[in-house]
Structure formats: C-alpha cells, structure tokens
Ligand binder design. Structure first.
Ligand SMILES: [Zn+2]
Length: 235
C-alpha cells in the first residue's frame, strides 16, 4: 500500500514537472535498493550518462508517450491518501472534445431526427440563431457526473457526451474520499475540474485549441503538444 502511494506520487511529480526523469529514476533505484516496494521497475542506475537514458527508460516502463500526449494535469485541492490534510494535488484529466470528436468524421446534420428530446434542442436559442442550414455548426454536449461504489470506496466520474452522435468520454475519475473536506462538500475539488473542462469546451466552441492553461500557469512539460498548437484552429 505504501509502495503504491510512493509510486503514484513519483509518477504524478514526473507528469507535473516537479521531478525530472533522472530524479525519479535515481530515487526509485535507491529506494528499491533500500527495500522499498513498488518502484523497482522505475529505477535506473544513477551513474548512467544523462543523455536521455532516464527519460527513455521511464517512457518504456510507463508508456509515457501515450500519457504525455493525452493527459492534462490539473492541481486541485484534495484530502486523502495523497495529501497530508488539505493540499493541492496534481491529477490527470482528458480533453473531452478530443476524445469525442476524434472518433467521429461524419456530418452532424445527419443525426438530427425525431427523438423527443430533440424538441428542446430545436427550440434552443443557439439552434434558432444558427438557422436550418448551419446545423453542422451546433455541438450539443451534455455534462454528466456520477458516483459508483466500489468496495468500501466510491469513484466519482465526469462524463461529456455529444448528444447527437452519442459518443461519450470519461474525462476525469477521482475518489470521493479524496474530495476537499473544508466544509465545501467537495466544491473546492470539483471547481478545478470544471474550470479545466470549461476551458477546453470554450475553445472548441470557437473552433480553436486552448491558447493557455485554465489556471494561467506556464505550460507544463506534459503540455508540449498543447503549447505547439495553442490558439490554432481545430480540424
Ligand atoms: Zn473545500
């Protein structure tokens, strides 16, 4: 258990840029040699030359290429196993619009049909403003949150769905026991998630990639692809 927490912490520090690859490999190498559990595969000989060996090792072990291009790290107030009391912890989320729209290449107007719920979409001010001929411009997303019990714990998931195509993405998942407990009923934790998702959705509504992070921090190491396409038009 302690080994898992230690490993999770090392990985989240690596993702957020708090520790570089050499430090993560060296700490893991020494910890494993001292008898620590759960991190031996992250370890790499500290005497190795620093010309990319450490990062290459972690890239292989953790499949970092996939992680780096997909996850967006946010810093949210939490309480629980990763935090000593209430503190800001780095957690990964997915960009909902990338997850949804990259799975779809047809014409959205083909999905407008006779479903009952579509009446409210037909009468929506945005639909009326767009007019009949511009329905491919309308992206009706739903925002859905749900908690699922698992053993003695509950997972809290945030889903975004394109109501026309039905394509859905699970953007974030977190343990309810880790929500902030300052008396806010978890709102401190959720605010950061909603703010980050709103930044992605707002940019997409203007057919652009985000031009800055939702929290106004500098781009992280894991944001390199986002930095390169900041403000550029989407497909
Ligand atoms: Zn709070």
């Amino acid at each position: 258990m302690a080994g898992e927490v230690f490993r999770d912490w090392l990985i989240s520090e690596l993702g957020s840029g708090g520790l570089d690859a050499k430090k993560v490999c060296t700490i893991s190498f020494m910890a494993a040699a001292s008898g620590a559990c759960g991190v031996s595969d992250l370890g790499y000989n500290p005497d190795a030359p620093s010309d990319g060996h450490f990062y290459s090792h972690l890239k292989l072990v953790l499949r970092l290429e996939a992680i780096n291009s997909k996850f967006y790290w946010i810093r949210s107030p939490m309480t629980g196993k990763h935090a000593q009391g209430r503190e800001k912890v780095w957690v990964p989320i997915l960009n909902p619009v990338e997850e949804i729209e990259n799975q779809f290449s047809g014409k959205l107007s083909d999905f407008w049909g006779e479903d009952d719920w579509l009446e409210s979409l037909e009468e929506h001010p945005v639909t009326e403003m767009a007019g009949e001929g511009n329905r491919d411009e309308i992206l009706p997303y739903s925002f859905y949150v749900d908690a699922t019990p698992f053993s003695a714990e509950s997972f809290y998931g945030i889903f975004i769905t394109n109501l026309l195509t039905g394509i859905s993405a699970l953007c974030a998942i977190l343990l309810k026991s880790e929500f902030c407990q300052c008396g806010c009923r978890g709102q401190c934790t959720l605010f950061e998630f909603h703010s980050a998702l709103g930044n992605f959705l707002g940019a997409w509504a203007h057919k652009k990639h985000i031009d800055k992070r939702h929290d106004n921090l500098d781009w992280l190491q894991s944001d390199s692809e986002r930095r390169d396409r900041a403000g550029f038009p989407t497909k």
